[in-house]
Structures are given as C-alpha cells and as structure tokens.
Design a protein around this ligand. Structure first.
Ligand code: ZN
Length: 220
C-alpha cells in the first residue's frame, strides 16, 4: 500500500508542486494567500531553494556534516520525547551560536519507514540523516546571508484603510529548504516526501495522508 503510494509520488512530475502546496496549507496564514497566487508562491520558493543549492554546493561533493562543521555549525543530538506527528521536526536550526539539534527518535522513526522493504526500490539508497542535515544547512545559509526572493514572502493579515499588517508565510522557507535538498543531492524524487513519510512513521494511515495531499493539490 505505502509502496504503491510512494511510487505514485515518485513517478509524478507534479509531485513536488503538490507536496509544496500541501506544506503551504499547513501554514497558519495560508488562508490569506489568494488562490491564484498559491502556485506562483510555491514555484518561487522552490526555484529559490534550487538556485541556492547549486550556488552553495558549487560542484563540490562530500558529506554535509563536514560542511556544517567548516561553517562553524555545531551538531547536537537530542533524545527528547517523541515528537507529535503534527510537528514534523527531525531537527531544528538555532543561532547564535549556529547549532543544529537532531531529534534522534524522529530521525530513527523516519529511517525505519524509508528502509521499509520495497521503498528502497522507489527512493534508492537514502541517507536520511544527511538529507535532514542538508535541510538545516539551508536554514544556516539564509540566516547568514539575506534570504533570496521567494523564501520569505508576506501576506496581508489585516487591512484597515491605509494601515496594513503583514505576516511572513513561513511555509515558503520550508518549501525552499525541500527544493534545496532535492537539488543538492540530485534526488529523483521531491524531498518534501520525507514529511509525509514522517507522518507515516507516526502511524498516520498512509491512505489518509496521501488522499489529503492529492485532494488539496487538485482543488487548486
Ligand atoms: Zn526547516
């Protein structure tokens, strides 16, 4: 069941966009984004993440962990309590001092799913820890240089005559981070899929998760 659903995502050229739209929907201010702006917002965020990956990686390979070390980013591992499925946190980047905290249990749960028999055929050999660290490298890069256009879009949350209050759509940064990971590792599938697999790891029924994704994406 899960294998089929994952295979469908992997072979769907629109999957990255669908996953990004799904991620956008989870943002508290997503409802303020005009329907006609959603796809554009998602496309801009993805393009920004991919461009930055190409620029930062600049043809070099080698583990991201070493990259983070050279950049002065400390990696700490946290055994923490089991993360709630709604949070989808494998790691978090904080600064100063630049630090990546890896949540070992969340990571292990995701690794278990990714290593499920049959999924490897669709996903290939995946180093989950490396992908998560790459995601956090993105947050580090934009914390230390200005965020490229598309990564921190804003939307009006209140408008009273000439007075406007705007809020940042934080989901865009996560969508850009996923595109950064996909491009950095030249994955043949969208890294945003890891968010869904994390929900699966926390026992959410795959059919429900994937159905929600498809329904949301096709209603745009
Ligand atoms: Zn993130």
């Amino acid at each position: 069941m899960l294998v089929d659903l994952v295979q469908r995502v992997v072979s769907d050229p629109e999957a990255a966009t669908m996953l990004a739209l799904w991620r956008l929907d989870r943002d508290p201010v997503a409802g303020r984004v005009a329907p006609e702006r959603r796809r554009e917002l998602v496309a801009d965020a993805r393009a920004a993440g991919a461009t930055l990956a190409r620029r930062v990686r600049a043809g070099q390979r080698g583990p991201v962990e070493a990259r983070l070390g050279l950049a002065g980013v400390r990696i700490v591992e946290d055994d923490g309590t089991e993360q709630a499925a709604s949070l989808i946190h494998h790691a978090v980047y904080t600064s100063p001092p630049p630090t990546v905290t890896l949540y070992r249990r969340a990571l292990a749960a995701l690794e278990r799913v990714v290593n499920t028999e049959g999924l490897r055929t669709s996903l290939g050999d995946v180093d989950v820890r490396e992908l998560i660290l790459t995601h956090e490298l993105f947050h580090h890069v934009i914390a230390h240089a200005s965020a490229p256009a598309g990564v921190r879009p804003t939307v009006d949350v209140l408008r009273l005559g000439p007075w406007r209050r705007r809020a940042t759509i934080h989901a865009a940064e996560e969508i850009a981070a996923a595109a950064f990971v996909t491009t950095w590792h030249q994955l043949s599938w969208p890294a945003g899929l890891l968010d869904l697999l994390t929900l699966v790891a926390y026992d959410a029924p795959p059919a429900v998760i994937f159905a929600t994704l498809v329904e949301k994406a096709t209603s745009v």
